[in-house]
Design a protein around this ligand. Structure first.
Ligand code: MLT
Ligand code: ZN
Length: 467
């Protein structure tokens, strides 16, 4: 990494105050570290700092306080809501070099890691000890655990294991005053006042910089099978879910449309069925016993007899299971060249049928000209609705059109008691719609909390809400 620092006196003082800190203003680094996967904003950070210790992070925050410089905490930048964008002269604080496993405790079944470690490296470290860290999603190789915590990341196994917040036993954070807080000390039971650890989880870097985390681990799951189902209609989706959930312990229950399959196949995945079907489900479930094996077939036959599925295939090997999963996990990558406008919405499962019907009508009416790709974690009540930019369309005009529809979607969510962000966070992308999901009183409480932990408003300003 080259480092042609211009003679900016603020950065000179940072170098003096934190000797040895890795700092860069190279335009290529600014471009690389100043954006996330949204690709909507032009990166323009003041500089990028890559601290190697908690002490360096705290010292950088104290410098930022003195100078009045905003900080954008930065992990793997795989976020889809603009939460890690630095477009206004902020200092990017990348945790990338703080990527080590610090400790494993066999009795507590915990793994303590630095925030910059990749999710996949956490999976591998847990497996080395015969255990698992069960939060999982397609960006596992690139995202960092600090970013997962900042957004309370969900993923493909929430139906069985819950979101990131269920698995965080303890946290070390640097607040906006430069103080280092050690939160919850990995205790299972702790009724000693406010749970500040949980407050930090999902706060998108606006209350503190996560520097270390102690993660809860669990037993590996029993053997599982993966099934791909072809469905005739949207209406059948929730009934198929009920039929499988009733009979099996589900590890995952994901859906996607034929448009999604079309893009994944164009990206090199293998075609699963000869015929085209409007909707598909990938489900994974435990098959620890013959009874569970039988239950899977019973669920499938029930759906077939009742016209809820058209066809199905069950994995016969790990390689085949991976092939079926690729059809779902490859969707985001296959859509990326179209600069999709992403929606990540949720409602309670009980509200899902009515919400799905209303949303389908809304999108058919508002988006007749666009390729709209639906997929997501239907078993968690979480839909991803991706609208693809048509070839040659002006990006700003396209985004304007999408935002108009997001406003209508946000109104529908308010009516159905849902959320404008299920698992991607609010960041910049969904900030205009926060009021549809959270009340004005709630947002005022959030502002008050931010004032305490970040009195100068320097941590990720402009993200989630305006101060
Ligand atoms: C997914 O479920 O694949 C992720 O949330 C990513 C996405 O929505 O593109
Ligand atoms: Zn998702």
């Amino acid at each position: 990494m080259t480092d042609p620092l211009p003679p900016d006196p603020r950065l000179e003082r940072l170098r003096e105050q934190v000797p040895g800190l890795r700092l860069t203003t190279d335009p290529a680094d600014a471009e690389h570290y100043g954006r996330d996967w949204t690709r909507r904003w032009t990166p323009a950070p003041l500089a990028v700092a890559l601290p190697a210790s908690v002490e360096e992070v705290a010292a950088v925050v104290r410098w930022a306080l003195d100078e009045g410089i905003a900080i954008v905490p930065s992990g793997g930048r795989t976020g889809l809501s603009g939460g890690a964008v630095a477009a206004h002269g902020e200092l990017v604080l990348s945790l990338e070099r703080m990527n080590r496993v610090l400790a494993f405790d066999a009795v507590d079944r915990t793994l303590t890691v630095q925030a910059g470690i990749a999710l996949e490296a956490v999976h591998n470290a847990a497996r080395e000890h015969g255990l698992v860290y069960p939060v999982d999603f397609a960006a596992r190789g690139s995202c960092s655990i600090g970013g997962n915590i900042a957004t309370n990341a969900g993923g493909i196994r929430v139906i069985r294991y819950g979101n990131t917040r269920e698995w965080i036993a303890g946290l070390k954070v640097v607040t906006g005053t430069g103080e280092v807080l050690e939160l919850n000390r990995a205790l299972i039971k702790n009724s000693s006042g406010y749970d500040l650890r949980q407050l930090m989880i999902g706060s998108e870097g606006t209350l503190g910089v996560v520097v270390e985390a102690t993660l809860r681990l669990t037993d590996p799951p029993p053997p599982t099978n993966v099934m791909l189902l072809a469905l005739p209609s949207f209406e059948s989706l929730m009934q198929v879910f009920a039929a499988f959930r009733e009979r099996l312990t589900l590890e995952a229950f994901e859906f996607f449309t034929d448009r999604a399959l079309h893009h994944v196949l164009a990206h090199g995945a293998q075609k699963p069925f000869d015929d085209v079907h409007p909707f598909y489900v990938v489900t994974e479930f435990a098959i620890a016993s013959d009874a569970e094996d039988g239950a899977a077939m019973a669920a499938f036959e029930f759906c077939l007899e009742n016209g809820l599925v058209n066809d199905g295939v069950i994995s016969q090997s790990d390689a085949q299971a991976a092939q079926l999963w690729r059809l779902r996990e490859g969707i985001t990558e296959s859509l990326a060249p179209y600069k999709p406008y992403k929606n990540d919405v949720s409602v309670r499962i009980s509200a899902m049928p009515a919400f799905l019907a209303e949303t389908e009508r809304l999108l058919a009416r508002e988006y007749p000209q666009f390729d709209v790709v639906w997929f997501g974690h239907i078993g968690d009540g979480n839909l991803h609705i991706n609208v693809l930019k048509p070839d040659g369309a002006d990006y700003a005009v396209f985004v304007d059109q999408c935002e108009h529809v997001t406003r209508l979607l946000s109104d529908a969510l308010a009516r159905h008691g849902g959320s404008i962000s299920a698992e991607h966070g609010i960041g910049l992308v969904k900030k205009p719609y926060l009021l549809g999901t959270r009340s004005a009183a709630e947002i005022e409480v959030m502002r008050g909390i931010k004032r305490v932990l970040d009195p100068k408003g320097l941590l990720n300003p402009g993200k989630v809400f305006d101060a």
